[in-house]
Design a binder for this molecule. Structure first.
Ligand code: UD1
Length: 365
């Protein structure tokens, strides 16, 4: 049985790793298709090595470009691969442009489609990922959800209940499988900081970094926080370019943090785990901090992962300087920050559940 798993961008790789392994444990070696949306070593190859994901069977090498070009180019190249290796099911994960492109290609070729991490909604259509999520879910035959809000959103959109399966969170499968190794490495030492005595920052969303009117107040807030605690900032290539373009790098009041290259999986996990506080606009990091019970301030006005706020350690703070600094100082002043609880089925077994359901449903009667 040919099962095609599609991955293209950094957050996809931690999601496919446990799914590939769960298939292999059941004697099925899926075909791994890398679209090439992310191509820098530190954004892609490193993750395959660290997470022991087999080499992709093919890399479509699409690279960077406008969203319309990127989606249509992945579709064109993927159609050829699907025609050469017809899949019994196409498995897509997450919400990046490659996810949407693969979902559309599967639909146009009448191939069964499974979506891992279905149902998440920010209800913000200006966010590029939101339309990717909505369209992918409309087309999918299996919708594997990671949190109850996903099920509720899909029910409200009229998706047939028998297609929806609350399986848990595959990102957390990966986290739990690698936590011990990440902790052993004591990666914080490399950055000259001690556990629980530094803050970690990630920022890459176009809504935050492409607009100088928004990026500036965020960096001002980070500067203020960095006067109280060292801030480590592994920087996405987009954000690095914008800092240079807007001339922010020369302004002392917008600096003070330690900017480093994008980091691999174990280093990032080790840093998140050891941080006193995490500031981010990433989706996945809101989930990782929830499981690690590290206080997280999300520099956005909405989240598609409400469980991280309802029961986890996450707070939405928006992008204004004071709105970021005040809660950060409160967390830093507290003996123990808000820890929260771990959501249902974030137990390391989500991929097993997914594979169990798919193999059951695909088995010849
Ligand atoms: C993509 C995903 C986003 C995810 C993020 C994680 C979409 C719509 N967005 O955003 O959901 O959170 O990945 O990183 O799919 N670049 C490089 N090297 C690379 C890849 C990108 O330098 O390996 C630079 C290029 O200048 C490129 C820019 O980053 O134009 C943006 O890359 P792109 O894949 O379009 O989107 P991301 O912002 O990374």
């Amino acid at each position: 049985m040919n099962i095609s798993i599609i991955a293209g961008a950094r957050p996809n790789f931690m999601k496919i790793a446990p799914v590939v392994r769960a298939f292999e444990q059941r004697g099925v070696r899926p075909r791994i298709v890398h679209t090439g949306q992310h191509y820098d070593r530190q954004m892609s190859e490193t993750f395959f090595q660290e997470l022991n994901i087999p080499e992709p069977d093919i890399n479509l090498e699409v690279g960077s470009g406008g969203a319309v070009w990127q989606v249509t180019e992945v579709m064109r190249r993927l159609e050829e691969d699907f025609n050469e290796h017809p899949p019994a099911v196409v498995v897509v994960v997450g919400d990046v442009n490659s996810t949407l492109a693969a979902a559309l290609t599967a639909a146009k070729l009448s191939l069964p489609l499974a979506h891992v991490e279905a149902g998440l909604r920010s209800f913000d259509r200006t966010m590029p990922e939101e339309s990717n999520r909505v369209v992918t879910d409309t087309l999918a035959d299996w919708l594997f959800t990671s949190e109850p809000s996903g099920d509720a959103n899909l029910h409200n959109e009229g998706v047939a209940p028998e297609k929806i399966h609350l399986v848990g969170n595959v990102m957390i499968d990966t986290l739990l499988a690698h936590l011990e190794r990440a902790r052993e490495q004591k990666v914080y030492e490399t950055f000259g900081v001690r556990p629980k005595e530094f803050a970690l920052l990630t920022l890459h969303r176009p809504s935050n970094v492409d607009d100088p009117e928004r990026f500036e107040p965020i960096l001002k807030a980070i500067h203020e926080i960095s006067e109280q605690i060292p801030v480590i900032f592994p920087i996405h290539p987009r954000s690095r370019s914008r800092i240079a373009e807007f001339g922010f790098g020369d302004r002392k009041e917008l600096g003070g943090f330690t900017m480093v290259e994008p980091q691999g999986y174990h280093v990032m996990l080790g840093l998140i785990d050891a941080a006193r506080l995490v500031l981010t606009d990433s989706g996945g990091i809101q989930e990782e901090t929830t499981v690690l019970q590290v206080p997280c301030l999300t520099i956005r006005e909405n989240t598609e992962r409400p469980v991280t706020i309802d029961i986890g350690s996450n707070q939405l703070v928006g992008w204004k300087t004071d709105a970021i600094v005040k809660p950060a100082k409160k967390i830093l002043a507290a003996e123990i920050g808000p820890r929260g609880e771990v959501p249902e089925k974030w137990d390391g077994r989500a991929a097993e559940r997914i594979v169990e359901i798919l193999l059951r449903d695909l088995a010849p009667c």
